[in-house]
Design a protein around this ligand. Structure first.
Ligand code: HPA
Length: 279
């Protein structure tokens, strides 16, 4: 764990590199695309200006073990300059909480003040079905360690940030409208992050439902905490790719998650575009 000065200098180095590469492109929104949702940047809604591989960015956590292919995509949606992360950094890959949120903090130094978090998630709420989208109204972080652990970076935010309203309330209306337009029912709920990489047991899912979770996944919450700490406005959407463990007879597989995320691509793209244009 770096101290605040060391970590801030890594964040700044990353931000300076990205700024230099981006030139005239000054993003106002950061959008993190979840598992199977990365193809959004190839959709007709996005006019790509630049791509920057994670591997060339100083301070960017890159897995040499898995040959992790990830990149920033700088693109316009309408007139909005958006910094996309195609490929997310996960805790389960072995990165520290600080490393996972470093790119979000770097984006903040670049001038970004809005964050769209997307993910693939398991449905814990029994009224959900695969292919549904869930607007994240709140989260449960209690199963992962905090991204704010360690010396506080005072230049980013306060030591003990309030978490009463992490997710933008006004964006719920935009989301409802976008989902209705694709003929689906707008769902909303509480997202719970586990460290992963294993899926949950049926007993864990029963516990999570009792705790008030509607969806479960292996990302997003520690990102939202760091972003909220740094004062970003946050909008989060989960793509429910499967019912969580024990709800249906079948076992869970990453292939199933990817398959449903792929199938949801078109609907996801329409929702994303509306969210970006109205954020
Ligand atoms: N559990 C955890 N993470 C997930 C799931 C799940 O069921 N589906 C997609 N990501």
């Amino acid at each position: 764990m770096n101290n605040a000065i060391q970590e801030y200098s890594l964040i700044k180095e990353m931000a300076d590199y990205l700024k230099e590469k981006a030139g005239d492109f000054v993003p106002s929104v950061l959008a993190i695309l979840g598992s199977g949702l990365g193809n959004y940047v190839k959709s007709e809604s996005v006019r790509i200006a630049e791509e920057i591989a994670y591997s060339e960015i100083p301070g960017m956590p890159v897995s040499t073990v898995h040959g992790h292919a990830g990149k920033f995509v700088l693109g316009y949606v309408g007139e909005i300059p958006v910094l996309f992360m195609q490929g997310r950094i996960h805790l389960y890959e072995g990165y520290s909480e600080q490393e996972v949120v470093r790119p979000i903090r770097a984006a903040k130094l670049m001038g970004v003040n809005k964050l769209i978090l997307t993910n693939a998630a398991g449905g814990v709420n029994l009224s959900f079905k695969p292919g549904d989208f869930m607007f994240i109204t709140d989260h449960i972080s209690s199963f992962v360690s905090s991204s704010l652990r360690g010396e506080n970076i005072d230049r980013l935010g306060t030591r003990f940030p309030d978490m009463t309203e992490v997710y933008s309330v006004r964006m719920k209306e935009v989301y409802d409208k976008a989902v209705s337009q694709i003929g689906a029912e707008p769902k909303m709920g509480v997202y719970l992050q586990t460290p992963g990489p294993q899926y949950e047991t049926p007993a864990e899912i029963r516990m999570m439902r009792n705790l008030g979770a509607d969806a479960v996944g292996m990302s997003t919450v520690i990102e939202a905490i760091a972003a909220h700490h740094a004062g970003l406005e946050i909008c989060g959407v989960s793509c429910i790719t499967n019912m969580a463990a024990g709800i249906l007879k079948q076992k869970l597989s990453h292939n199933e998650v990817r398959e449903i995320a792929d199938k949801s691509e078109k609907n996801f793209s329409r929702i994303m575009t509306e969210l970006i244009l109205n954020f």
